[in-house]
Design a protein around this ligand. Structure first.
Ligand SMILES: NC(=O)c1ccc[n+]([C@@H]2O[C@H](COP(=O)([O-])OP(=O)(O)OC[C@H]3O[C@@H](n4cnc5c(N)ncnc54)[C@H](O)[C@@H]3O)[C@@H](O)[C@H]2O)c1
Length: 324
């Protein structure tokens, strides 16, 4: 039996993220209709997509003939043409509540009745722009990392009024396109990705302000240290594998110092024993304590792969650091 043809997708807003989403969906075989209020921008996006695909192909990351993938992407003459037949709409316009509110009203009026309406917004909860719409049950946020054709995470952030079936349909389509969907359990500003990123950025700005480190050195600490490790492990798995005795011992040993650092910044969110136990139980599901040494070796082998890639092409990795 042949597998079903991936459903048509519309992308509204053909800037950085719109063009990048087009690659994700077309690479997975979806027909993609791009629309932007700026017709020149949409045309430029097409040529950007073409050159991005060629680069991806050089790394073996397209998985199909480039011309075939490119042939699936078209610039629509207008919004109606873009929405025609689309079962999934990825909104990628400027990060403005007003613009998104107006556009979602248009999308809800003009998209087919079964189309899922997903926003790429970085920060804005779905309730803020979709609560008043008759079709609000088919709306949610699907927030990517940039660029989504290389960072597979997709945060699904529904509103309380989003139909669970909408979430499932989005999850299925995104998984089919090679993404890693994660459900955001409660509406908030910034979801998970940008809340984590924000915590780091807030501290980074404070460290520069207080003369602790230069901006270049902070970038260096992340790119040659924290970020390298985070390419392989999240912060909880890192705490588990960095400490003999695991994440519970990590919290006992270092929790008080982290609490003092938080207090310096006016934050009072202690890692209570219950909270640590909840996180530890989750960590140990994937990393049982009795296999600790094995997982440390596995982490190191993954880091060896990264280091090997860096040494094979050092210029690619050094271009972002500078002295100041
Ligand atoms: N850039 C990132 O790193 C990143 C990452 C994740 C999510 N996002 C989110 O994705 C969205 C787009 O961001 P971007 O960086 O691609 O912005 P961008 O400025 O590169 O592109 C936005 C595009 O939207 C078009 N546009 C504006 N109003 C429109 C309308 N009513 N109809 C159709 N097109 C319209 C503009 O002409 C422009 O080409 C934002 O909500 C942003 O927060 C961005």
């Amino acid at each position: 039996m042949s597998s079903p043809v991936p459903a048509p997708v519309a992308i509204v807003g053909a800037g950085s993220i719109g063009a990048a989403w087009a690659i994700v969906f077309a690479r997975a075989g979806h027909r993609v209709a791009l629309h932007d209020v700026d017709a020149d921008r949409a045309a430029t996006a097409l040529s950007e997509i073409e050159s991005r695909l060629a680069e991806l192909d050089g790394f073996g990351l397209v998985g199909a003939e480039i011309t075939a993938v490119l042939g699936l992407v078209g610039v629509a003459a207008g919004l109606d043409e873009a929405l025609d037949g689309a079962v999934y709409v990825q909104e990628c316009v400027v990060e403005s509540l007003e613009v998104k509110r107006e556009l979602f009203a248009e999308l809800d009026r003009r998209a087919g009745p079964d189309a899922v309406l997903a926003s790429s917004t970085s920060m804005i909860p779905c309730s803020a722009f979709a609560a008043e719409l008759p079709g609000r049950a088919r709306c949610l946020v699907v927030h990517p990392g940039n660029p989504p054709y290389l960072l597979p995470i997709a945060e699904l952030a529904p509103a309380p009024f989003t139909d669970p079936e909408t979430i499932e349909r989005a999850r299925e389509l995104l998984s089919g396109a090679g993404m890693v969907p994660v459900l955001v359990g409660k509406e908030n500003e910034g979801f998970v990705f940008n809340r984590l990123q924000g915590a780091l950025l807030r501290e980074a700005y404070c460290l520069v302000r207080d003369g602790v480190a230069s901006p270049a050195d902070i970038d260096r600490v992340v790119s040659s240290g924290l970020g390298r490790r985070w390419a392989v492990l999240g912060p909880f798995a890192t705490a588990e594998l960095n400490t003999r005795g695991g994440i519970e011992r990590h919290a006992r040993l270092l929790g008080p110092a982290y609490a003092r650092m938080g207090a310096e910044r006016g934050q009072d969110d202690p890692w209570t024993p219950d909270l640590v136990a909840q996180v530890a139980a989750s960590v140990h599901e994937g990393l049982p304590s009795e296999e600790w040494a094995e997982h440390v070796s596995r982490r190191d082998r993954a880091l060896m792969r990264l280091e090997q890639a860096r040494r094979a092409d050092p210029d690619l990795f050094t271009g972002f650091t500078r002295g100041d």
